[in-house]
Design a protein around this ligand. Structure first.
Ligand SMILES: NC(=O)c1ccc[n+]([C@@H]2O[C@H](COP(=O)([O-])OP(=O)(O)OC[C@H]3O[C@@H](n4cnc5c(N)ncnc54)[C@H](O)[C@@H]3O)[C@@H](O)[C@H]2O)c1
Length: 435
């Protein structure tokens, strides 16, 4: 059967389904469709499937100009009907893997998607699971569920884990040119799933098991979380010592080997860096092992909003202004530059904390017209009058901001990203406070 399937893949005589059409699933669907593979997108959210079928994109990295022709040519369609999974040869799963309220992995979306696949599983199916998760999910949870059908992996169907590494907003590295790890639950699965991805992506890197692929993804994001945690703690220590942490980082980075730049900031956000390391530490807890680096970094990073608020309070204090009653404009609330995603954004925590302390907070973010914080709807100020605030707090360093204009008009600035300096503003009036 394997040879037959590899031949079909080689001839592009296959159709695939993508389960979950979000930040990960939609760009991937577009990439396969562009490569001439017929894609059926399946999502439980009918608003998303309707938009796709009209050729309208809701993911920033996918333009409607790219999407619409694929819909017109019939290369991509979207549906909320899971029976579509039975009509295709390959299935790629990219559903959310968040944390529960108690900060444990929430695999409910994965389990639901796996049940949909199970109901539609047939001989010859190629299944790839992409959602970030702890090592063992693919072979301990998904595989047994699928084999309840009586079909056997490696003989009747193929199953691999292939982590998604997409970096929203990154123009240089996209789904297409970021190397794709593939780890099958057995060797034939690695081979078949690798061949499938090779149709649309430039480089596929096979590894020996699904667990290696799962752990590699968690290492990548844990590495980032820990290094950002170190940069954040360095900022706190430098502040105590009266040293400019930004200059320290640039100075250290003149060493041409053995050092890599990471910057401090208001905390970490997004669907990945704050969450993925906790999937790893949770799994280790089931073996009575404490992942100490992860716990320390998570602790430092998640306390950054509180630290930033205390520094804003200190800055206002210098001007004999109490935080309570002060008018504050927060610039940028997305979790990182030039994107519209506010999931886990630490800037929302900063706004919440400032308001709890009695400050009057407004925000301006050209990418995020409105947001809900602690059940309260906030709308972005349309045309900010920087003069009207006691302090302007730079949360996210969007490139759309006119840093020179803001500097000229704002009476006082707290910059969590060193963005003014990075955008060429010279602080002649000594009115910028940085982390
Ligand atoms: N966003 C990123 O930058 C990024 C990067 C790398 C990896 N990941 C990982 O990829 C996975 C998906 O993340 P995302 O950002 O695309 O999430 P998302 O919330 O943007 O999209 C997930 C989609 O899945 C749909 N969905 C949920 N349950 C479903 C089900 N049972 N059947 C069909 N559709 C279902 C949702 O309606 C949604 O449209 C997560 O595990 C995430 O950790 C995300």
């Amino acid at each position: 059967m394997k040879e037959e399937i590899l031949k079909k893949i080689e001839n592009r005589d296959i159709q695939i389904a993508i389960v979950g059409l979000g930040y990960v699933g939609l760009p991937l669907a577009v990439e396969f469709a562009k490569a001439g593979v017929k894609v059926k997108g399946y999502d439980i959210d009918d608003k998303k499937t309707e938009k796709i079928n009209k050729g309208v994109s809701y993911v920033k990295d996918v333009s409607s100009e790219d999407l619409a022709p694929l819909i017109q040519e019939g290369l991509l369609t979207a549906t909320t009907d899971s029976s579509v999974l039975n009509q295709v040869d390959g299935i790629i799963i990219a559903v959310p893997t968040p944390l529960s309220k108690t900060k444990d992995p929430d695999l409910s979306y994965v389990i639901r998607a796996a049940h949909d696949v199970k109901r539609n599983l047939k001989r010859g199916h190629i299944i790839s699971f992409e959602s970030t998760t702890y090592p063992g999910t693919t072979d301990e949870i998904i595989l047994p569920l699928l084999e309840e059908t009586g079909l056997r992996v490696g003989k009747d169907f193929y199953l691999a884990f292939s982590p998604e590494r997409i970096d929203p907003g990154n123009k240089k590295y996209t789904v297409k040119n970021t190397p794709k790890l593939v780890g099958g639950v057995e060797p034939d699965s690695t081979e078949v799933v690798s061949a499938l991805y090779s149709l649309a992506l430039l480089k596929v890197v096979p590894v020996s098991s699904s667990r290696v692929a799962e752990a590699a993804k968690l290492l990548e994001n844990t590495f980032r979380s820990i290094n950002i945690g170190l940069a954040n703690e360095m900022a706190i220590m430098c502040n105590i010592l009266g040293i400019d942490v930004w200059e320290v980082i640039e100075a250290a980075a003149t060493k041409p080997f053995g050092f890599m730049k990471f910057y401090p900031g208001p905390g970490i956000g997004g669907h990945c860096i704050p969450i993925d390391p906790i999937y790893l530490s949770w799994k280790l807890k089931t073996f009575n092992y404490t992942a100490r680096f992860i716990e320390t970094a998570t602790d430092i990073n998640s306390n950054m909003p509180r630290y930033v608020v205390s520094r804003i309070q200190d800055a206002l204090n210098e001007k004999e202004q109490s935080l309570k009653g002060s008018r504050i404009l927060v610039l940028g609330i997305a979790y990182k530059r030039d994107i519209d995603d506010v999931r886990e954004s630490p800037i929302l925590d900063i706004i919440d904390l400032l308001e709890q302390k009695g400050a009057h907070v407004e925000y301006y973010d050209p990418h995020v017209p409105w947001v809900e914080i602690s059940g309260k709807l906030m709308e972005s100020v349309k045309k900010p009058k920087y003069r009207d605030y006691h302090i302007v707090v730079l949360g996210t360093d969007h490139s759309a901001f006119d840093y020179n204009k803001i500097y000229l008009e704002a009476p006082y600035i707290f910059d969590t990203r060193n963005a003014f300096k990075n955008n060429g503003v010279e602080d002649k009036e000594q009115k910028i406070v940085t982390l």
